[in-house]
Design a protein. Structure first.
Length: 150
């Protein structure tokens, strides 16, 4: 069996920190959802309160908001992590900064959503720009690798 050496830049530690921090984001969002689940009385295995229950019960509506914010984060997380880890090999500082910006945006998104005014989630909407930035940096890194300009 042969082996391959792969040297990462020292600054890749920032990328690793941003990637691991997404776990703390997920953990925090889980506690927010759990709090609202308890207050709403929505039992497992139900992912959401029914539309009727949410209409009659503000706690159930807030649970749905918290759950949706968390689920939306989980929908984006795989692509963000792949892009962060890949783009960070070539551009570690920029990628880590975009990753941190994405996390901060997701925190503000969640805090806004659980106010009960779903449009308040837009205060963290800049996470979208950071996410697209990671995709672009990752794609550009692949281009540089292919063309030999890396």
């Amino acid at each position: 069996m042969s082996s391959v050496s792969f040297v990462l830049p020292k600054e890749y530690a920032f990328v690793a920190a941003a990637a691991v921090a997404t776990g703390f984001l997920n953990f925090w969002q889980t506690t927010v959802v759990t709090k609202h689940r308890t207050l709403s009385g929505v039992q497992y295995p139900n992912c959401y309160a029914s539309a009727e229950h949410a209409k009659e019960n503000r706690a159930a509506f807030l649970f749905n908001c918290a759950q949706r914010a968390h689920m939306n984060t989980l929908e984006h997380l795989p692509n963000v992590l792949v892009s962060l880890v890949w783009a960070g090999v070539r551009y570690p500082v920029s990628s880590a900064a975009l990753g941190a910006t994405w996390i901060i945006g997701r925190i503000l998104y969640t805090q806004g959503y659980v106010t009960g005014e779903p449009r308040a989630r837009l205060r963290g909407a800049f996470h979208t720009v950071a996410e697209l930035g990671l995709y672009c940096v990752g794609l550009y890194s692949a281009y540089e690798m292919y063309t030999g300009t890396w």
